[in-house]
Design a protein around this ligand. Structure first.
Ligand SMILES: Nc1nc2c(ncn2[C@@H]2O[C@H](COP(=O)(O)OP(=O)(O)OP(=O)(O)O)[C@@H](O)[C@H]2O)c(=O)[nH]1
Ligand SMILES: Nc1nc2c(ncn2[C@@H]2O[C@H](COP(=O)(O)OP(=O)(O)OP(=O)(O)O)[C@@H](O)[C@H]2O)c(=O)[nH]1
Ligand SMILES: [Mg+2]
Ligand SMILES: [Mg+2]
Lengths: 278, 292
């Protein structure tokens, strides 16, 4: 039994390395390893080969949930707001999502809520054409909230099933930009009962611990209902979503696995956890 | 801050009499945790701690009347050794146009950095040209064209149906002909594991022999930066790095990881979305930011 104890500690160190390299973070990793130690004590485990399985179960417990699916609710238009820091994949994810919703038979209108960045509207325009969705845009430098206002009324007039609102990338540390985001949310709620019905925070899977701050700050401004985790086709594992779920309570609903229109999947917690250990 | 916490740790330890190896190990655990929470890759942290430990277990610390101050000094020295002492300037071509090729993962800030770099050298009296070699991302060429328009800097483009290798080659011919002495080539974001696209970068390099190849990385990147940077460096032999989004609150341990695995200088810092938001990178300021 004494020798098995030693194996456990070495194996736990190996598991710790895997978690840290997957961006699970120091705090969450320690919590997970403590929980494994508890389980081992409770069950009187002496089989090291089961440690990884126990760890996977612990992570699965955190990540699983029935609310982790993006559903188009009964509201019309069903309004989805997409936000996040710069360059994470918001516009591309919207293109993919619009295409999927079109394939499922919904009529989709998209709002070009990024009125700031060079060629943001041109980029979204191309995606909407690919997806078969209409686009409402303002002029360069126009007030983003005004474009969103117009798009809600257009969505009603055209009886669109879904309205997806793209917003400019912004660092959560910029007070004025976060205030603009809050204003967009308020305008949506004022013009459309219950809007935004879905608030998707886009997180880049390569992001480190800063993702937790991003989730906290964006959630404070615009009650986030789900995460779209992008760039999982790369080598980063996106382990930060475990802490985001534990500390901020936001589930991952979608994952991006490439730059093409079909590269969008529902989040599969079991697959995700398995991939952490590959 | 780490300095304050180390001082507190050592003050407690000194009260117990002679400082032991175990005391130093405990203090190092604090340093390890600080670096990990700052997003420094765990392997890089291990190497760093080992270097510090070797020195910390010598008379420098154990024999000192102020071990906490010696400890902090050693940590700062090791950090400086890793991050580099001074700012490193952009190389200028000995003859012909200076060309800078920007490479990196998707969304890291390359196109924006291209505009910023061209602007910086325009302000220094050069005659820059931007090259739109991203033929993949929707409206990437339009994005660079708009930046060029805002800066009154010409953008060389051949549309999105021509290979980036041909675009880069033709651009350098044009630059020479039109007297542009500073050329910045924007490339498409790509995964370091995409062999075809990494090969494309290698072919651009072979074709135009750029003066500089700068890896553009978002400072908030996590552990995987070591593998990404290493692969880009192995395939392209980078001449330097641009770290973007330093106007955020990411601690930026990625800077340490990139330096540790490539030994290449971080030359610039992106500090905002505006085209003037590019600074020369100061290694010492980054060290302070990482250890907090
Ligand atoms: N490999 C990969 N690349 C992606 C994925 N999602 C987005 N990208 C790429 O990431 C880059 C940035 O995507 P955008 O959609 O412009 O990101 P954004 O958040 O809208 O950026 P800003 O509006 O500038 O803040 C583009 O090159 C996309 O093709 C993904 O799942 N995998
Ligand atoms: N806050 C901040 N935003 C930045 C900085 N650099 C770039 N950005 C923003 O980051 C986003 C992505 O920038 P791009 O220049 O399009 O990135 P890219 O690497 O060319 O993207 P791809 O071509 O898709 O790989 C844009 O919203 C930029 O405005 C910076 O230093 N600070
Ligand atoms: Mg966008
Ligand atoms: Mg670009």
């Amino acid at each position: 039994i004494a020798s098995n104890r030693k194996i456990d500690e070495e194996l736990l160190e190996e598991l710790e390395m895997i978690l840290l390299q997957a961006d699970v973070g120091v705090q969450t990793t320690l919590k997970l390893l403590d929980r494994i130690r508890e389980v081992v004590k409770e069950r009187g485990f002496d089989d090291s080969s089961q440690l990884e399985g126990i760890l996977q179960d612990e992570i699965l417990t955190i990540l699983d949930g029935s609310e982790s699916r993006l559903h188009v609710g009964p509201e019309r238009p069903y309004a989805i707001m997409v936000l996040g820091v710069n360059g994470v994949g918001k516009t591309t994810t919207i293109g993919k999502l619009a295409a999927r919703l079109r394939q499922e038979g919904h009529s989709v209108l998209v709002a070009a809520g990024d009125t700031f960045r060079a060629a943001a509207t041109d980029q979204l325009d191309i995606w909407c054409q690919r997806a078969g969705a209409d686009l409402i845009k303002g002029s360069q430098g126009a007030d983003a909230a005004a474009v969103v206002f117009d798009s809600i009324h257009a969505a009603r007039a055209r009886k669109a099933d879904v309205l997806i609102v793209d917003t400019a990338g912004r660092l959560h540390t910029k007070k004025n930009l976060m205030a603009e985001l809050e204003k967009i949310g308020r305008v949506m709620g004022r013009e459309l009962e219950g809007a935004p019905h879905e608030v998707l925070l886009v997180l880049d899977a390569t992001t480190g611990q800063n993702a937790i701050q991003q989730a906290k700050q964006f959630n404070e401004i615009a009650h986030v209902t789900g995460i779209a985790l992008t760039k999982l086709d790369g080598t980063a594992k996106g382990g930060i979503v475990i802490a985001v779920r534990e500390e901020v309570g936001i589930p991952v609903k979608l994952i991006g696995i490439g730059e093409q229109i079909e590269d969008l999947r529902d989040f599969d917690a079991a697959e995700f956890v398995e991939a952490l250990f590959i | 801050s780490l300095t304050e916490r180390l001082q507190q740790t050592f003050k407690k330890l000194r009260g117990q009499g002679v400082l032991t190896e175990k005391n130093v190990s405990d203090a190092l655990r604090e340093v390890r945790r600080t670096l990990m929470e700052a997003d420094v890759n765990v392997i890089v942290v291990k190497q760093f701690i080992d270097n510090v430990k070797t020195r910390a277990l010598g008379q420098e610390v154990l024999g000192s009347l102020t071990p906490e101050l010696q400890m902090v000094r050693i940590i700062r020295e090791e950090l400086t050794a890793l991050m580099g002492e001074e700012t490193v300037p952009l190389q200028i071509a000995p003859s012909g146009p200076t060309s800078v090729m920007l490479v990196g993962l998707q969304g890291s800030g390359k196109t924006t950095a291209a505009g910023k770099l061209a602007r910086l050298y325009q302000k220094q009296g050069r005659n820059p040209m931007l090259v739109a070699a991203d033929v993949y991302r929707p409206a990437a060429i339009e994005q660079l064209r708009i930046l060029g328009e805002q800066l009154e800097i010409p953008v060389f483009s051949m549309g999105d149906q021509v290979s980036p290798v041909d675009i880069a080659r033709a651009a350098m011919k044009q630059a020479l002909k039109q007297g542009h002495d500073f050329v910045v080539i924007d490339t498409a974001g790509r995964l370091q594991i995409n062999e075809e696209l990494m090969e494309e970068l290698a072919r651009i390099k072979a074709s135009i022999q750029p003066t500089e190849i700068l890896f553009v990385a978002n400072v908030m990147i996590g552990s995987e930066v070591v593998n990404v940077a290493k692969t880009f460096d192995e395939i392209l032999d980078l001449s330097g790095v641009i770290l973007t989004m330093l106007d955020g609150d990411a601690r930026g341990g990625a800077a340490l990881s990139i330096r540790s695995v490539t030994q290449k200088p971080i030359k610039f810092a992106g500090t905002g979305e505006g085209l003037d938001a590019l600074e020369v990178f100061h290694p010492d300021r980054m060290s302070n930011r990482i250890i907090g």
